[in-house]
Design a protein around this ligand. Structure first.
Ligand SMILES: Cc1cc2nc3c(=O)[nH]c(=O)nc-3n(C[C@H](O)[C@H](O)[C@H](O)COP(=O)(O)OP(=O)(O)OC[C@H]3O[C@@H](n4cnc5c(N)ncnc54)[C@H](O)[C@@H]3O)c2cc1C
Length: 424
């Protein structure tokens, strides 16, 4: 087992969090993970460090699976792939595609680890696409005792394990439902007025396999609409030009000032699913880099009134906002998925890395979306209290009971989970 960087400060990817963990353990075998788990009273899994809060931090030791062998085993008959939990989506996707298989969707960046993305309910966009966790049909997990168990589709707690925010153990392999590989063509339009969005929101979001709108909620309306269409399907469409938008003749980064070569191909040339569904290319820095993100998911039926509420605080957001993204996500069965049990609209905010300025903007943002029962993304910042989290996540109590029964001494309960689960 490797102990990395026992001294010195380590941070998350964005640099807004300095981890307080005393050590980072990087075992290179399953037995090494088991020993790492029982080596300290407090342990937390660390993925690729792309979360913006303390969800992956601990007062004890962090355990990274980056040194475990990279494995993608495909069962073509069952249409299931068993993949190393610590591998990135970029690596897994390439391997699946080479073998003729695909995942239904990816997040805006392929750089994140499979287990880390799943653990926080990470999602892409698409009215018919649920979160990445919904593709999980089983997990291999190391419990607090060091025992290794498999939780598969016949286990009623699989939906708790799909989005477990690190509370139930260290996931070492993930079983993912796969489908035959497919191609996607992506195009971007600019400029769409709010009146058009109000009248046609759902039609626009349903006019492709995955559709995203980028805005600052200011008077100019939607700055960019990204539409990703599967070339193997006839998808409903809507004429965005007739609605006033213009097709872009060159690639655009959604972040103002961001490099256009960092984004996936946008000019309509079909390409493999994993090179079109993310917004950012795996070999480039995604998004802005020095940033802080927050995101809320609410019932898709409330999208238009929620947009009106956000337009009402555009001037409060403006000093710290790079860009906001609006996406649609299909309902999820995972207990703690932000999209659990309801077809959802997601409002994402990429803020400047100005912790004080962002903290000041979060309170009016939480207030604006509170009437809609908005649920915060587990990997991003929020000012929401633990009591409100209990209100908006109806299965949180059930999850708390399961986490306590599986980990009575609280080995995996870091300060983030103590606040979320125990209300401390
Ligand atoms: C530029 C950028 C773009 C993003 N785009 C999107 C997006 O499009 N959609 C979206 O929904 N989110 C997005 N996110 C958020 C990101 O997907 C989540 O924060 C995700 O959890 C990051 O995964 P990670 O591997 O970095 O996990 P970490 O941040 O390292 O950890 C997150 C959680 O996963 C747990 N975990 C990690 N590995 C394991 C394991 N092996 N076993 C058990 N638990 C584990 C950790 O303990 C922690 O609770 C974005 C983030 C960035 C930085």
């Amino acid at each position: 087992m490797t102990t990395v960087n026992a001294a010195g400060t380590r941070t998350n990817w964005a640099g807004n969090i300095s981890y307080s963990a005393s050590d980072l353990l990087q075992p290179s075998s399953l037995d090494g993970v088991r020993r790492a788990v029982t080596s300290a009273p407090q342990v937390t899994a660390l993925g690729s460090r792309h979360s913006f809060n303390r969800v992956a931090d601990t007062d004890g030791v962090q355990i990274s699976l980056a040194d475990l062998p990279f494995e993608v085993e495909i069962d073509s008959d069952a249409r299931v792939a068993r993949v190393s939990a610590g591998a990135t989506h970029a690596a897994v996707a390439k391997q699946l595609d080479r073998a003729g298989w695909a995942l239904p969707n990816l997040a805006s960046l392929p750089h994140i680890s499979v287990a880390g993305g799943v653990a926080t309910g990470t999602h892409g966009s698409g009215v018919g696409n649920a979160s990445l966790a919904q593709s999980v049909v089983g997990v291999e997990i190391v419990r607090e005792s060091g025992d290794v168990v498999e939780v598969m589709a016949d286990d009623p707690t699989l939906d708790a394990h799909r989005v477990a925010i690190g509370a139930l153990g260290i996931v070492t392999s993930v079983y993912l439902a796969i489908e035959p590989t497919f191609d996607v063509a992506q195009r971007v339009w600019t400029g769409l007025g709010w009146d058009v969005v109000d009248d046609h929101f759902e039609q626009i979001m349903a006019s492709g396999y995955s559709v995203s709108m980028f805005t600052d909620f200011g008077e100019t309306g939607i700055r960019q609409i990204w539409r990703k269409r599967r070339v193997d399907r006839d998808e409903p469409t809507i004429d965005l030009e007739a609605l006033g938008a213009s097709p872009s003749a060159s690639p655009l980064n959604p972040v103002p000032g961001g490099a256009p070569d960092a984004v996936t191909h946008q000019l309509g040339r079909p390409g493999p699913w994993h090179e079109r569904l993310p917004h950012f290319r795996s070999e480039f820095t995604p998004s802005a880099g020095e940033e802080i993100q927050c995101e809320y998911l609410l019932d898709a039926a409330d999208a238009v009134p929620a947009i009106a509420a956000l337009r009402g605080i555009a001037n409060v957001l403006a000093p710290v906002l790079f860009v906001s993204e609006i996406r649609r996500i299909a309902a999820d069965t995972a207990w703690l998925a932000p999209s659990s049990g309801r077809d959802s609209v997601a409002f994402h905010f990429t803020f400047r890395r100005d912790a004080e300025g962002v903290a000041a903007a979060l309170v009016p943002l939480d207030d604006a979306l509170a009437p809609f029962g908005a649920r915060p993304h587990w990997g991003k910042v929020t000012s929401m209290s633990a009591a409100r989290l209990d209100d908006v996540y109806p299965s949180l109590g059930q999850f708390r009971a399961l986490a306590t029964s599986l980990d009575p001494a609280g080995r995996f309960r870091n300060s983030f989970l103590r606040s979320v689960i125990d209300g401390e």
